[in-house]
Design a protein. Structure first.
Length: 726
């Protein structure tokens, strides 16, 4: 590779090139992702912050290079950039190659207390189709105060060039001085904020090529409404403070890694948001909150531990609530979201995956008081009175629902802001209603508009109509995690709207939760309501007991009848009367060329396949009626018998164990080793269906089959406690 020398003090050398089909414009767009969101490539980074941004004539780029070694402070660089900058009036000119864009950015590591942050100058020069990254200096960190010279700071750049055949290519070039110094030690980069040459060759350059050749619509980015640096520091702090203990003591039947760290991330976001709100508005006390449909209550626990007075409400208590202790206020109660003035003294209402409460969160915040704000993280698609139906088929269901919830907030008089959280979920866009668009004296007029909006959506709350999504419904989708579903009320009910059950209010008061209204802690009164007189109403809150609808409640005889009927139908015809050619032949091992009934493996009858609607036709209306309320019905029952059936794309067939190795069903993020230990412990605890029911028997040897081939092999099933302890 040839050296490429410029008039500047920096001499560049090619270290890697890759052919591409992208245009110059797509090339610049791809590198922009690395500039704005470096964490999507380097998972050890938290992100980057813009410190200074300007445009300057291309001919001044070399001057910046020459002055690089003479200016070693951020303030000096900012002054230098301003000195060469083009006047603001010229910024709207098209990129014709006459100017360069200069950005001073600060690169933040994910573990900001352990690794240094880097100040870096980024120069986008369209006259040379290049983007250069020139490090200035690294800040010291709390846990590592070693001198800056211990790490090599690499100056590098990417170019869009033409090869000798005039075909485009992307080139990675590095400062020659860096390469010369690394002849003896190629690992002097910290590989966090200062990428190594090898990492850029192996990871960054291929990623830029992929983005350039497959341009995607870029998202607005995450954590745009709060300080990224503050978030990074606090998230690590809360993770160390609460994470390990919570994961270790997690009593729910869900993955603690996902739920614990997701709620820590949400809590971090809210704490920083509220911290910046206090600074902006000169507030002294920490904001109060109510988490509506708090589920496992973990978000309430973290926010409360961090000093925010708050309450969580859900229709059903979770096992983990007892772990939090008496200092964490969690209530098990139903809710009427149509009531007005529910939380007049509460600062923030939280809807974290609040399901059918989601569209009501802005409404309840607006009708509580002029000062109540809200945070909502939409998940399942609910309208006020039914499931949400997308209006615009040109957008995704999720995007359409986000726009709808945003519109509700706007109609309720909020200045709605949207941001993206950093949580392990596909639905991580939140809405924040922090300020109003109308003066407080127009509050009654806004109440009329809100009721009209809800009425247009099919729920007339003036006539006492209850939303159908809240009447005798049962949350199914969150039964295993931390469901969210309820709320909370206040006694200032001026419009005669019905209120909730008052038992939990009295229980709350009996626990010593009341505060003196004249004390500094008077804000907490917002979290403690007076007992209410229930008015005659047809309001029926969702049931506290979750109905399990996974076919487990069907009688054993009915399940056996359905399984055997489906298997018999599949075996009536065979699409495997023998191997069609050598590749279809099942030779087996030297010990296993026959089934458990002595049939050659390659002659084993795997039967035909049937579509689910055809399977349903095998049963009378009475049998189908018994499965009507089960999630998925026949499909769920057959999938529950995965050792017998395979259901893919709505088609059912017998599972062919000649093609598979017995083992546990694995899901993303599952503890594979635990599942394997549990699978082994359950071996021979039930009889093999194929051995006793299939005319050709089981295709596995007795020692291979996880099910017993005789009663002598049958063992007692271990207890649930033992299985969970494996």
């Amino acid at each position: 590779m040839a050296d490429e020398t410029s008039k500047s003090d920096i001499v560049w050398k090619n270290v890697q090139e890759t052919a591409t089909k992208c245009s110059v414009s797509d090339f610049f767009d791809s590198v922009q992702v690395w500039i704005d969101k470096p964490q999507v490539v380097n998972r050890r980074l938290s992100g980057s912050l813009d410190v200074k941004h300007a445009f300057l004539p291309s001919e001044n780029v070399d001057k910046l290079y020459k002055l690089l070694h003479h200016q070693r402070s951020i303030s000096a660089w900012c002054r230098l950039v301003e000195e060469f900058a083009i006047p603001a009036s010229s910024h709207e000119e098209e990129h014709e190659g006459g100017r360069a864009e200069v950005l001073l950015r600060r690169v933040l590591p994910r573990q900001i207390a352990k690794y240094r942050t880097l100040f870096e100058l980024v120069i986008k020069d369209r006259s040379t189709s290049s983007i250069s990254f020139i490090p200035i200096f690294m800040e010291k960190c709390e846990e590592n105060d070693s001198s800056e010279s211990e790490w090599e700071m690499t100056a590098y750049r990417f170019l869009h060039l033409q090869d000798i055949n005039n075909k485009p290519k992307i080139s990675l070039q590095v400062s020659c001085s860096v390469i010369d110094r690394r002849v003896q030690d190629i690992n002097r980069s910290d590989c966090v904020v200062c990428p190594s040459i090898q990492w850029m060759k192996d990871h960054l350059l291929p990623k830029l090529k992929k983005w350039a050749e497959n341009p995607q619509k870029q998202s607005k980015g995450s954590l745009r409404l709060i300080s990224l640096e503050r978030y990074t520091l606090l998230y690590q702090e809360l993770k160390d403070k609460h994470g390990l203990e919570l994961v270790k003591n997690w009593p729910e039947n869900t993955d603690p890694q996902k739920f614990v760290y997701e709620d820590i991330a949400i809590a971090t976001y809210l704490i920083i948001l509220w911290e910046e709100e206090r600074e902006k508005n000169n507030l002294k006390e920490k904001q109060s909150f109510v988490d509506l449909g708090c589920g496992n209550g973990l978000l309430v626990y973290i926010l409360s531990k961090e000093g925010h007075p708050g309450l969580g409400i859900d229709v059903r208590k979770r096992k983990i609530w007892d772990f939090y202790g008496p200092g964490i206020k969690l209530e098990e109660r139903p809710l009427d979201p149509t009531a007005s003035g529910l939380f007049p003294n509460v600062d923030w209402l939280i809807g974290n995956h609040s399901d059918e409460l989601t569209p009501w969160i802005p409404v309840m915040a607006a009708r509580s008081s002029y000062r109540t704000r809200y945070f909502v993280l939409p998940c399942c698609f609910y309208d006020f009175n039914c499931k949400y139906v997308r209006q615009n088929n040109k957008t995704s269901q999720y995007r359409g629902y986000l726009d709808y919830v945003h519109k509700i907030g706007v109609v309720c008089g909020f200045e709605v802001e949207e941001d993206m959280l950093r949580i392990p979920s596909t639905k991580r866009i939140c809405h924040i209603g922090q300020s109003r668009t109308y003066p407080e004296e127009d509050h009654e007029e806004m109440e009329i508009k809100i009721k009209a909006m809800i009425r247009e959506r099919g729920c007339n709350i003036d006539e006492g109509q209850q939303p159908q999504t809240m009447v005798n419904t049962t949350r199914i989708s969150k039964q295993a995690s931390g469901d969210h579903s309820t709320e909370y009320e206040n006694d200032n009910n001026t419009d005669g709207t019905r209120h909730l059950l008052d038992q939990s209010d009295r229980a709350y008061e009996s626990n010593g939760a009341r505060e003196d209204t004249g004390s500094p802690a008077a804000k907490k009164i917002a979290l403690e309501t007076e007992a209410h007189q229930i008015k005659t109403s047809d309001f029926k809150p969702r049931e506290q007991t979750i109905t399990v609808r996974n076919c487990s409640h069907l009688s054993k005889s009915l399940k056996e009848f359905i399984v055997n009927s489906v298997a018999e139908a599949l075996l009536q015809e065979s699409d495997s009367e023998g191997p069609k050619d050598d590749k279809d032949k099942f030779e087996g091992t030297s010990l296993n060329r026959f089934t458990s009934k002595g049939v050659l493996l390659d002659l084993w009858n795997r039967g035909r396949s049937l579509k689910l609607p055809d399977v349903a036709k095998l049963f009378d209306n009475e049998t189908l009626k018994k499965m009507k309320n089960e999630c998925g019905g026949i499909q769920t029952l057959l999938r529950n018998h995965r050792h017998i059936f395979q259901v893919v794309g709505g088609v059912v067939q017998l599972r062919d164990w000649r093609k598979e190795t017995p083992g546990p069903k694995l899901t993303p993020n599952a503890d594979v080793e635990f599942l394997k230990r549990r699978f082994d412990a359950l071996g021979n605890t039930s009889m093999c269906w194929f051995h006793f029911n299939h005319p050709d028997g089981c295709t596995l040897l007795t020692e291979q089959c996880p099910y017993a081939h005789s009663e002598d092999e049958l063992v007692v099933r271990p207890t649930t406690q033992y299985l969970n302890s494996l």
